[in-house]
Design a protein around this ligand. Sequence first.
Ligand SMILES: [Zn+2]
Length: 124
Amino acid sequence: MDIVSTINNSISIVSRLRDISKNLSEAEFKNLLADLSTELADAKLQIADLKIQLAIQTDELRALKSANPEAKQKPTIKWGCYKFDGEEGLYCSACYDSKGQKSLTNRLNSNRRSCPVCKAVIGS
Ligand SMILES: [Zn+2]
């Protein structure tokens, strides 16, 4: 099953319905509507499958990353935040240490920054 071709089929059925709606027999109309329902039901199933696959792959990726600590970048500390080589911006150390998540901090004023994710205020 291919979600893109299913959706393409649905779109072409809709445009056929639109093109010929003026002189369409009731039987043709019902057939096309039935086709459209089938295509949309297929698309719904395929999307559900894709969501499951994506969840599995996300889990696998997370497991791979935690099994391979070298893949984790080693940050340096600047103004109480983490700074990564080759990247602009300062990241929340709490988010990175606890979840491995890189949360870009916002500047509040000249010596304070805040994390939009965990709401930590960094600095004095
Ligand atoms: Zn944070």
